[in-house]
Design a protein around this ligand. Structure first.
Ligand SMILES: [Zn+2]
Length: 502
């Protein structure tokens, strides 16, 4: 093998292809030099010898010019190889951009990235079934199981990523890096926003990250442009106090992180952007609020925002939200220097406390009913749970939860000793999507009226204790058969029949 290194360079040096990922390129170099099954040690020997790879590190992070990317935005060499089947059909090489964690859809072909390819030695679990080697995979295998994003998600990823991907393909690396910085920055802020919304609205249940973000962007009608003005515009569009707090906290975290390890984000005026959001917040103080000066003593009959949150038993941001939306009224604001203090009338806090105690958040519903997210969605879609929207939060009356449990308790029978033929009430027989969903939800609704036998397992809690037998599944099947017609019948029936007893 030393023959490759007589001149310090491998004898055969294939040209690096467009946006080719350094790690898989090194494997290609090794193979071109006669090593049939290259090992990591081979690629590491070649790495410092080639001008195109000498600046790279063995961690496998993608590199474009000198840009340092935040660690959360890139995956290491050990992570799965992802690819767009159409791009791979056109040229069999792995692109650097597919190593970005938040890049999920190819915006040239509108196909979601797949992850069933392996480079032996490098990828963990390359011996697993349904995994193909880069050098051996066929076009059919590349395309197997490929999916397109939903229309709203496609719009979202196109808005964010298509400019960057176009620049990469046109070899405009400085332009691509500039856009990538803004895209990742917006992705980070959207993530902070989504965390806040998820906690109280349950908007993301069952959805993948890009789908969830696409739904949020559509819902709040954010316009997203991948430049500095676009970031400023995005910050101006955040109007709900609790959302703004979460984004402010994320910006603060970024300032701290950048001080420790500067990345491309340091090119953005993060402190100015944060100030802009804070000033927007100051401006949004309603003129009707009484401003107490000069001290910040607590007015008689009022409690501070923090005390109110602990009395009500909810996060301060929810109290702020109730104030912002005039649900909690009579608030007084005191200023001391640059600091603002919020005081709420005690009687309003008591009203909020009673209201909050009688309601549950989506997370609490899931815990208290002992169900999973899938079961929660099924109850919601069947109309058995009725959300109260305190935009953007969602709550559920605790009395409704008790009522659901009581209804089942009354109609249920003891769990039989031989229970092989029973199915969990909120189990897999209710599909998440497809034309069968409607019929199954109808049957679930009927189950609560005592139309079928319901069995209760004493040792289990909440709704996880209840089971149905094949009568419910047969009923769902009959309903489905009534719904479906023509050529689709065969396809759907074959999927569903497997759940039914022979
Ligand atoms: Zn593609």
């Amino acid at each position: 093998m030393n023959t490759y290194f007589n001149s310090g360079l491998p004898l055969c040096r294939p040209k690096m292809l467009q946006d080719e990922w350094v790690e898989t390129y090194l494997f290609r170099v090794a193979r071109a030099n006669g090593i049939h099954r290259p090992r990591l040690s081979d690629t590491e020997r070649f790495r410092p010898t080639l001008p195109a790879t000498a600046v790279s590190k063995p961690n496998g992070y993608p590199i474009w010019s000198e840009t340092t990317l935040p660690r959360w935005s890139v995956v290491t060499r050990a992570n799965k190889i992802r690819y767009c089947p159409e791009c791979m059909t056109q040229s069999r090489h792995i692109r650097s951009r597919w190593r970005l964690t938040v890049f999920d859809v190819c915006t040239i072909h509108h196909i979601r990235l797949k992850d069933d390819l392996a480079e032996p030695v490098m990828t963990k679990g390359y011996r697993q079934e349904n995994r193909y080697f880069i050098t051996e995979v066929t076009d059919e295998q590349l395309w197997a199981g490929a999916v397109c994003p939903m229309p709203s998600e496609r719009r979202h990823v196109e808005r964010l990523w298509s400019g960057f991907e176009r620049s990469i393909v046109e070899n405009d690396i400085p332009g691509a890096c500039e856009q990538l910085t803004c895209i990742l920055f917006l992705e980070a802020l959207l993530d902070a926003f989504a965390t806040e919304v998820r906690e109280y609205e349950g908007a993301s249940i069952g959805a993948t990250r890009p789908t969830e973000l696409a739904q949020l962007v559509d819902r709040y009608q954010f316009s997203l442009e991948t430049n500095l003005d676009g970031i400023r515009n995005f910050l101006d569009q955040i109007t709900v106090g609790s959302h703004r707090d979460k984004v402010l906290a994320r910006l603060r975290r970024m300032l701290i992180d950048e001080a420790h390890r500067p990345t491309c984000f340091s090119k953005l005026p993060i402190a100015d952007l944060r100030r802009r959001l804070l000033i927007g917040f100051e401006k949004s103080i309603r003129p009707a609020d009484e401003i107490l000066r000069p001290d910040h003593d607590q007015p008689v009959g009022y409690v501070s925002l923090e005390s109110a949150a602990s009395l009500i038993g909810c996060p301060s941001r929810l109290v702020k939200h109730l104030i912002d939306n005039d649900i909690c009224q009579g608030v007084r604001i005191a200023r001391h220097g640059l600091k603002r203090y919020t005081f709420l009338p005690s009687h309003a806090v008591e009203t909020c406390r009673r209201w909050h105690a009688s309601n549950a958040t989506p997370e609490q519903v899931i815990n208290e009913l002992h169900i999973d997210r899938r079961g929660f969605v099924a109850l919601l879609r069947a109309g058995l749970l009725r959300p109260i929207a305190v935009d953007p939060y969602k709550f559920f009356q605790r009395s409704d939860l008790t009522d659901l449990c009581r209804r089942l308790e009354v109609i249920s029978q003891p769990f039989p000793t031989e229970a092989g033929h029973l199915y969990p009430l909120l189990g897999a027989w209710i599909p998440k999507s497809g034309r069968y969903k409607k019929a199954s939800l109808e049957v679930l609704k009927e189950a609560f009226t005592g139309k079928f036998a319901i069995f209760r397992q004493r040792e289990s809690a909440g709704l996880s204790a209840y089971f149905v037998d094949c009568a419910a599944l047969e009923r769902a099947h009959r309903l489905r058969k009534g719904e479906i017609t023509g050529c689709t019948r065969q396809k759907y029936a074959s999927q569903q029949l497997s759940l039914l007893p022979e």
